[in-house]
Design a protein around this ligand. Structure first.
Ligand SMILES: [Zn+2]
Length: 163
């Protein structure tokens, strides 16, 4: 079997997805890697150098945290990852970049959120990793970036307000 070398951005993405409460398997799939079972997922985690849950998570039944049982799953309150997965489910896996025109085997493609309206599946554009990060950087420079950190901070604030 050929040893697959993943780009550093893949590890970062898996780590970020996993940190939102997904199982290892769901994090690997949401990052766009092919993965069929939990054993494969833990092998990929090791190859990526992504650590498993810290002790605070270990008591949770990770299976119960998927889909509708996921703590971040609720209408517009739905978690960042659930919303991203929804885009992949409804619009498919991107295979080209709408910004630079890169396509097929020449890169890795993602659904990049455009304006921070994560629950709108049309607020996403197909981008290669390079265009995605320059797009995000342009928005950071303009002070209009609304990414994972901002989304989760708002989500936690809403949860606290509701409790
Ligand atoms: Zn591009």
């Amino acid at each position: 079997m050929t040893k697959i070398v993943y780009p550093a951005s893949t590890a970062e993405r898996v780590r970020e997805l996993y940190a939102t409460g997904l199982t290892q398997r769901d994090a690997v799939i949401a990052a766009g890697l092919p993965c069929t079972n939990h054993n494969m997922a833990s092998v990929i985690f090791r190859r990526l150098g992504v650590e498993g849950r810290r002790s605070g998570w270990s008591r949770d039944d990770s299976r119960a945290r998927c889909g509708p049982n996921h703590p971040a799953w609720k209408g517009d309150e739905a978690g960042y990852t659930s919303l991203h997965k929804r885009v992949y489910r409804l619009r498919g896996q991107p295979n080209h970049c709408e910004r630079c025109g890169l396509s097929a085997a020449y890169g890795e493609y993602e659904w990049a959120n455009l304006t921070g309206n994560y629950s709108d599946v049309n607020d996403y554009q197909r981008m290669c990793i390079t265009c995605h990060s320059s797009y995000d950087n342009e928005r950071r420079a303009a002070g209009t970036y609304y990414g994972h950190r901002e989304f989760m901070a708002d989500y936690r604030a809403r949860q606290e307000a509701a409790s």
